[in-house]
Ligand binder design. Structure first.
Ligand SMILES: O=C(O)C1=C[C@@H](OP(=O)(O)O)[C@@H](O)[C@H](O)C1
Ligand SMILES: C=C(OP(=O)(O)O)C(=O)O
Length: 428
């Protein structure tokens, strides 16, 4: 990390493939009999976990120069695994896979690492049981998730929280059930499942907050091109905004409205940011340029904006360092149920440098007079990739290399993060 100090960051870069889209491409391709291709997938610990789970069900996935070839015997020929399915650190894998296993009538036990073992799964158990699934959890809440064979019926479900993982688990469960499943969201969460299921031939329609899936139809193989992940781009965009002399363009990144809340926030803060849409092939794609902006406005984010930037909140908090007023996050209690309690982690770590927080159950208000350099302080990453990358950006902005534990957790979503920073680094 030392080599990144006293630098500015300049240039054009692509970030790795979108994590949410990569998980879904592997799962949907595994349900469609025949060969699908996934171009430019994210190659990271989380997506390798999904790949290994699909292979355990009997799907052949081969690396090709441009990505993966997924060869599925068809959902009727997938097999119950003879060992627990290990989802590593990936909540998306655990929740979507539960819906998928229940939907194809297999039995399996789903486990994960220490963080997954503390993430709530009752949010998928309740609606899946309403469909007829048989699911057992530890203390009725946590993994291991034990799924027994059962026949399902369609569901009509109003989700209490906007969660793409819950929505997608229900869509996966309803895919091969005759009849209409209707899912209503309180506000739109990421819609990659809806877009991609249509590409794989599912009968799915969306009307405002209501998703209707007419189940019982087989999926057909499809080729998926994975755009860059805006959640990974977020770290570079915030770095460019905060670091004097910086000017970074991220190319070929997903601009999907349900994910692009970070652009709204940067614009709200009057950061120097430019968005150039390039194409739409199911997913809207484009380039985003962020240029150093010495003075920013404060932000207040809540309500329907939160699901559109939920994973970016830790890195967005750093923008308080240059804002002329406080920054407030509300309606984000979901952050407490991620890889770690991200509200606590952000408050505990940034308080070490003079960021002042008022904590709420569903967020915080943060302001900063001046960063206090805290020599020799050790930082906790909580094994959470997004907290660790936020702390790395903080260290670069302060020109103080931070001693952060668990750096290897970057591999969960952005294995090339340090290499990309090096590639963009220029002498100040
Ligand atoms: O469906 C997905 O791919 C994801 C949905 C979000 O979680 P929730 O569904 O719990 O909001 C997000 O935080 C996660 O990183 C990925
Ligand atoms: C919360 C995240 O992922 P998951 O829920 O898949 O573990 C994330 O990537 O920030």
């Amino acid at each position: 990390m030392k080599t990144l100090m006293n630098s500015r960051f300049y240039g054009t870069r692509k970030v790795p493939g979108d994590k949410s889209i990569t998980h879904r491409s592997l799962m949907f391709a595994s349900l469609a009999k025949g060969i699908s291709h996934v171009k430019d997938p994210l190659l990271s610990a989380d997506t390798y976990a999904t790949k290994a789970c699909m292979e355990s069900l009997g799907v052949e996935i081969v690396a090709e120069p441009e990505g993966w070839k997924v060869d599925s015997p068809g959902r009727k020929h997938l097999q119950s695994p003879n060992a627990p399915l290990y989802t590593g650190n990936s909540g998306t894998t655990a929740r979507l896979l539960t819906g998928m296993i229940a939907g194809i009538g297999l039995e399996a036990e789903i486990i994960g690492d220490a963080s997954i073992s503390k993430r709530p799964m009752d949010r998928i158990k309740a609606p899946l049981e309403q469909m007829g699934a048989r699911i057992a959890l530890k203390n009725d809440k946590y993994p291991p998730i034990k799924i027994s064979k059962a026949e399902l019926s369609p569901i009509s479900y109003t989700m209490p929280v906007a969660s793409a993982q819950v929505k997608s688990a229900l869509l996966l469960a309803g895919l091969f059930v005759e009849g209409k499943s209707v899912i209503t969201e309180p506000s739109p969460s990421r819609n990659h499942s809806e877009l991609m299921l249509a590409e794989f031939g599912a009968d799915i329609s969306v009307d405002d907050h209501v998703i209707t899936l007419d189940g019982g139809k087989e999926l057909s193989p499809a080729d998926v091109v994975v755009p860059g992940d805006i959640s990974s781009a977020a770290f570079l965009l915030v770095l460019a905004t905060l670091k004097p002399g910086s000017d970074i363009t991220i190319e070929n990144v997903s601009l999907n409205e349900t994910r692009s809340g970070i652009i709204d926030v940067l614009e709200m803060m009057e950061a120097d940011i430019t968005v150039e849409p390039t194409s739409t092939t199911g997913e809207p794609i484009g380039n985003i340029r962020a240029v150093y902006t010495p003075k920013l406005k404060g932000f207040e984010i809540s309500g329907a904006l939160i699901p559109r930037l939920i994973d970016e909140i830790p890195i967005l908090t750093l923008l308080a360092a240059h804002s002329d007023g406080p920054c407030t996050v509300r309606d984000a209690v979901e952050l407490r149920y991620k890889e770690t309690d991200r509200i606590r982690a952000v408050i505990d770590e940034l308080s070490k440098f003079g960021f002042e927080f008022t904590e709420y159950n569903d967020g915080f208000t943060v302001s900063l007079e001046k960063i206090h350099l805290a020599e020799g302080v050790s930082m906790r990453g909580y094994g959470d990739h997004r907290i660790i990358m936020m702390l790395i950006v903080l260290g670069i902005v302060m020109d103080q290399p931070l001693d952060i534990d668990d750096m290897a957790a970057i591999d969960i979503s952005y294995p090339d993060f340090m290499a990309d920073l090096e590639a963009l680094r220029k002498d100040a």
